[in-house]
Design a protein around this ligand. Sequence first.
Ligand SMILES: NC(=O)c1ccc[n+]([C@@H]2O[C@H](COP(=O)([O-])OP(=O)(O)OC[C@H]3O[C@@H](n4cnc5c(N)ncnc54)[C@H](OP(=O)(O)O)[C@@H]3O)[C@@H](O)[C@H]2O)c1
Length: 104
Amino acid sequence: MPWSPAATRGSASRSRGLAAGGAGFAYNASKTALNAFTVLLAKELAPEGFKMNVINPGFTATDMNGHTGTRAAADAAGTVLRWALISPDGPTGGFFTEGGRVPW
Ligand SMILES: NC(=O)c1ccc[n+]([C@@H]2O[C@H](COP(=O)([O-])OP(=O)(O)OC[C@H]3O[C@@H](n4cnc5c(N)ncnc54)[C@H](OP(=O)(O)O)[C@@H]3O)[C@@H](O)[C@H]2O)c1
């Protein structure tokens, strides 16, 4: 499949999943599952040209946290877009923030 922005997928997650504190067991477990699912999908869909990455938008002021986040939603959206629009030789199966790749 030729590369296009639509062939790139990103999901909003947070780093370290279960190891991360403060957000509760269910939330952290769901993010851990999302992270693992992303890695599996990245391997499964690589032959078709899809890139699957997890993006952490940063602590963003939204309804989820009562707008206590320190980033504006527009800035967080910019971070997600930046990684969603990577080039055909860009990474897949990784975890990224505004600052770049984060180790699993
Ligand atoms: N905000 C942060 O600091 C932050 C940091 C890291 C990662 N994230 C992740 O970014 C993603 C978006 O979070 P957000 O901060 O934008 O939260 P948000 O403002 O609370 O928005 C959550 C969105 O999810 C929708 N939603 C909730 N339950 C749903 C369901 N069962 N089915 C369909 N849609 C549902 C809500 O729809 P309605 O409005 O219709 O209820 C809403 O549009 C989440 O995965 C979150 O974990 C956020």
